[in-house]
Write a protein that binds this ligand. Structure first.
Ligand SMILES: Cc1cc2nc3c(=O)[nH]c(=O)nc-3n(C[C@H](O)[C@H](O)[C@H](O)COP(=O)(O)OP(=O)(O)OC[C@H]3O[C@@H](n4cnc5c(N)ncnc54)[C@H](O)[C@@H]3O)c2cc1C
Length: 381
């Protein structure tokens, strides 16, 4: 039985970053994942993830985003991989929509560079978009997108280089805190360590039952289209990422074209069926493709030209859609990072840094009070 300073369960978006930051800080790390590296069965695949700083979800996220943007640059430099493209971002909707008013509140509170555009200015600058006259937009030059597979691969590469042992296709069946440390049982082996970090993605309900949080795993679909008239106006040099809030608060979002094939990705934000990693329907049906084509086509007429492909993915939602990043309330050698509620990827490198702080220093200077599970369970640590 091998003994480590820390075991990281889950080597997806968050766990790969935790394994790297812990190994970088001199910890003897074992990372375990049930699947092969950079797989497409969890939440960290599909070629692109929005990143933005004027955060409508809550201004408390902004300092973490400022740090994440610094850290992506270091990860790119150290791994030699391109991960972040700064193409600008546009948050669209009615002036009172959460997307617009919440983004503006964050931008003002943190003095983030931004512009407010009326509908005609949006149509002039971004001719793919047809907002209605009453809609407005917040434009943010520092927004863009990151490549999730590139991030996971880079963090795993850097973790291994810093000395982490990374085991793939080794499923964790049990974990316990003992009187002297932690013990993890997999399908192949038992391991012990001083501390444990659990980054389980959509498997949180299974691995973190004792947290007492009601997670809802939600099926989501990413769609790729070939715009009618070609991808030219959608290229990243000319086109921002966007989040657009339509009728009844329904948001959709999308990306510029950034592959050689000229495909353009678009998706609804939320509103998926409840599922589990075992029961998720990974087939995307014709009526779903028809539904998004019709909805998006009203706002961006050239976008849903030819349908190319679609892929499912999972959100793991907490009841208030804020993250859980904390020491485990009842196991003081265990740190958890879960419930990223469909908006976690843009935080990956800073979550890695926070988790390493919690393990090595016992505390972090990053502002994570919003992510305390006590807000959901009423159980204080
Ligand atoms: C369609 C879609 C679009 C999104 N868009 C955005 C976006 O634009 N911007 C943004 O910021 N965020 C976005 N997100 C959210 C973001 O991608 C997630 O918050 C993030 O990927 C979660 O990372 P994770 O490490 O928690 O989960 P994962 O990357 O899924 O990692 C969890 C890992 O744990 C492993 N694991 C679980 N149980 C076990 C076990 N028993 N034994 C061993 N290993 C185990 C799994 O195999 C997996 O590798 C999106 C998510 C989806 C699905």
């Amino acid at each position: 039985m091998s003994h480590y300073d820390v075991i990281v369960i889950g080597l997806g978006g968050m766990g790969s970053a935790a394994a790297y930051r812990l190994a970088q800080r001199g910890q003897r790390v074992l990372g375990l994942d049930q699947f092969a590296p950079v797989h497409n069965l969890g939440s960290s695949h599909g070629g692109s993830r929005v990143t933005r700083q004027a955060y409508f979800e809550d201004p408390a996220y902004v300092p973490l985003l400022l740090r994440a943007h610094e850290l992506w640059a270091g990860i790119e430099r150290d791994s030699g991989r391109k991960i972040f493209t700064r193409c600008g971002g546009i948050m669209l909707g009615g002036p009172d929509s959460r997307t617009v008013s919440g983004s503006l509140a964050s931008a003002r509170e943190w003095d983030l560079p931004h512009e407010i555009l009326d509908a005609s200015e949006v149509r002039r600058r971004f001719p793919t978009m047809r907002p209605e006259d009453h809609e407005i937009a917040l434009y943010e030059e520092n927004a863009g997108f990151v490549v999730p597979e590139g991030s996971v691969a880079a963090h795993l590469q850097l973790a291994a280089r810093a000395g982490a042992d990374l085991h793939y296709e080794e499923k964790v069946l049990s974990w316990q805190q003992t009187s002297t440390g932690v013990r993890v049982g997999t399908a192949q082996n038992f391991y012990t360590a001083e501390q444990l970090v659990i980054c389980p993605g959509a498997w949180a309900p299974r691995l973190l039952t004792e947290l007492g949080i009601e997670f809802t795993v939600e099926r989501q679909i990413q769609y790729w289209f070939a715009p009618s008239g070609g991808a030219g106006p959608f290229r990243a040099e000319r086109h921002p990422i966007y989040v657009w809030e339509g009728e009844h608060g329904r948001q959709f979002y999308g990306f510029p074209s950034h592959d050689d094939a000229g495909s353009v990705k678009v998706a609804f934000f939320r509103g998926g069926e409840t599922c589990t990693p075992e029961t998720i329907d990974r087939t995307v049906h014709a009526e779903e493709i028809g539904g998004i084509s019709e909805f998006v086509g009203r706002k961006m007429p050239s976008l849903p030209g030819g349908f190319l492909r679609a892929a499912t993915c999972m959100y793991t939602n907490t009841p208030d859609e804020h993250f859980v990043i904390s020491r485990h309330p009842t196991h003081d050698r265990v740190v958890v990072a879960c419930g990223f509620s469909g908006h976690g990827f843009k935080f990956v490198p800073v979550v890695g840094e926070v988790l390493a702080d919690l393990v090595v220093d016992g505390t972090t200077d990053h502002p994570i009070a919003l992510f305390d599970p006590a807000r959901l369970t009423g159980v204080a640590r």
